[in-house]
Design a protein around this ligand. Structure first.
Ligand SMILES: Nc1ncnc2c1ncn2[C@@H]1O[C@H](COP(=O)(O)OP(=O)(O)OP(=O)(O)O)[C@@H](O)[C@H]1O
Length: 571
């Protein structure tokens, strides 16, 4: 973990060196100050060397100026270093999330993902800046101050040193306790975020069932668990800092008492006594630094651990090492003995065999939960099959790169996702390199023209988060325009029109039919009237593919399709 953490410093090593060097010089200058004071008291003042006093004061002033500049480096460049590292980690995490396959998103709450990318990394920057630097400076100041104190008077130095094991014990104990507390806190804030995401995304459901109070109460429970976890962390922090405060004050008191005695019996002089008191005060600084790291380290590391856990989550659909770019596909698809289940030992499809000729429209019908969407999800490799093979143009899809395969498949689903931004940007999502003319052409093909003309800002109208300002049919047409722009040889229409009224459906059907021309099209439909003209209808039930044929053939067969059809007609 530590090695991985430090790897993030490499791209910013220049900043790190400047920051570290500045911090070391500042610490060395601090360490030298008591020695100068002792020299003033013991030598310069008794001997009344005013020339030297003025000269040394001038030198001290120059030193302070340099020290102030170096402090600026530490404060600004050090924080910049931390922020850069935090930003790099956040970027890596986001890229990691983009690589994940559907299974991951099926099983991970969105709020938890958001939490990892935001909250969990908040403390990393601070730790990256303060962790190594403060620890090094603290140890250096400790060793330097004690070294000089031992040199001046070993017995008095020992009196101060006695308190160090107490401090180490406190620090170790706190570290363990706080690590637990912060890990818990991050997990709880993840739950809080997940709750907010669920409740806000599902607000229509919440309000239509008038379940706002239930939501508030559930949130209260999550929120209070988070509060408890955080308070727990600060409680440990509270008694540790009090412990450290007490130990350091006892340290100074002991040195004061024993030092006074040594001064009284003449073992040390006033200069040495003042030097000791000043060094004890200097020692407070590294102790404070260490206790700050103590708070920061477990928190930052708990976040970093969650970061590495997420980064290390295995991606289950990956390109093989020898994967090739798919050729331009004509869309002849073949399922050969395909078995697949979302969970182990629970197959949804067993030994499915199916051939789809290029350029034809194939409709999938059957009862809910039979596996129609699953079949269509396997073609772009959203999930990898357990056994058998799927080929397109005779080439196994697992031998193609995901990108070259997916770039040749267009999907229009019932639930259309629109990104925050303009209408133009949303259509352009189908092909990020498309020109404005191409976008407008696609919009015309998707029958969007009338809508766009009615908008005051036309293509530049903001359609807001999730396109909430648009109707279901309008959203569908944007999805269709995107797919026109993508222009893939293979098309999957998953219940694309089932949420629409008859009139809108007829209009969208027309756009979809235009879209399907010269493409291999898989249509998943519940309303059987919409697939009357499909080249072939495949009936999928819990037992797999039970019938295939044209509409008329299947009606004549009087089997599963005919009975589905008669149920719909009689509805
Ligand atoms: N992401 C998933 N994780 C686990 N199981 C799933 C997932 N998606 C679907 N299933 C299960 O797989 C089975 C087939 O689902 P699928 O969505 O393919 O059916 P469908 O025929 O398209 O149904 P519908 O007509 O209702 O859309 C169902 O039992 C469903 O519960």
């Amino acid at each position: 973990m530590i090695k991985r953490f430090f790897a993030y410093y490499i791209p910013h090593k220049k900043l790190f060196y400047i920051d570290f060097f500045s911090a070391i010089v500042v610490a060395l200058l601090d360490l030298a100050f008591p020695v100068v004071v002792q020299w003033f008291i013991n030598t310069l003042l008794p001997e009344q060397e005013w020339g030297t006093v003025i000269w040394v004061s001038g030198a001290l002033f120059a030193t302070y100026l340099i020290s102030s500049y170096l402090q600026y480096n530490v404060n600004f460049l050090g924080h910049k270093l931390g922020i850069n590292i935090e930003t790099d980690m956040r970027q890596d995490l986001f890229e990691g999330v983009q690589r994940q396959s559907f299974k991951y998103f099926d099983n991970t709450k969105t709020g938890h993902i958001i939490s990892r990318i935001t909250n969990d990394l908040f403390d990393i920057g601070e730790l990256a800046h303060h962790g190594p630097e403060d620890l090094f400076i603290a140890l250096m100041t400790f060793a330097g101050a004690f070294g000089i104190m031992f040199y001046v008077n070993p017995s008095l130095a020992l009196v101060a040193l006695v308190f160090v094991p107490v401090l180490i014990a406190l620090i170790t104990y706190t570290n363990i306790k706080m690590n637990k507390a912060w890990t818990k806190m991050y997990s709880e804030i993840g739950d809080v975020n997940a709750r907010v995401e669920d409740s806000v995304s599902g607000m229509r459901v919440v309000q239509s069932f008038t379940n706002e109070e239930h939501e508030v109460e559930t949130f209260r429970a999550n929120n209070s668990r988070y509060r408890k976890a955080k308070v727990g962390g600060y409680k440990v922090m509270g008694y540790t800092s009090s412990g450290i405060f007490l130990a350091t004050r006892l340290m100074i008191l002991s040195v004061l008492i024993y030092g006074s005695w040594l001064l009284y019996v003449g073992t040390i002089d006033v200069g040495e006594f003042v030097l000791f008191i000043l060094y004890i005060n200097i020692l407070f600084k590294p102790i404070e630094k260490i206790s700050a790291i103590l708070e920061l380290y477990p928190r930052g590391m708990a976040g970093f651990k969650r970061f590495t856990d997420m980064m290390d989550t295995e991606v289950d659909v990956v390109d093989r090492d020898d994967a090739k770019e798919a050729p331009v596909l004509d869309g002849s698809i073949s399922f050969n003995d395909v078995t697949f289940g979302y969970e182990e030992n629970r197959p949804v499809l067993s030994n499915v065999n199916l051939t789809i000729p290029a350029g034809k429209t194939i409709a999938f019908v059957g009862p809910s939960g039979a596996g129609k969407t699953t079949i269509s999800s396997l073609i772009p490799r959203f999930y990898d099959i357990d056994s058998g093979s799927i080929t397109i143009n005779g080439m196994n899809i697992q031998e193609m790169t995901k990108k070259s395969l997916r770039s040749q498949i267009g999907i229009v689903q019932q639930d259309v996702f629109l990104f925050s931004g303009t209408l133009r940007e949303n259509i352009r999502y189908g092909n990020l390199n498309a020109s404005d003319e191409e976008i407008e052409h696609a919009a015309r093909l998707a029958n969007l023209e009338a809508l766009i003309e009615s908008l005051p800002q036309g293509y530049d109208t903001q359609i807001g988060q999730r396109g909430l300002k648009l109707s279901g049919g309008q959203k569908q047409r944007i999805a269709i325009a995107r797919t026109f722009l993508k222009n893939p040889p293979i098309l999957i229409l998953d219940e694309a029109t089932s949420a629409l009224d008859t009139e809108t459906e007829a209009m969208i059907q027309q756009s979809l039919q235009e879209l399907a021309v010269n493409r291999t099209t898989l249509v998943i439909a519940h309303r059987l009237a919409t697939i009357r003209h499909a080249d072939r209808i495949v009936v999928v039930t819990k037992d797999g593919i039970v019938e295939q044929g044209t509409y008329d053939e299947l009606i004549a067969k009087n089997g599963a399709f005919a009975s589905l059809n008669s149920i719909q007609i009689n509805q």
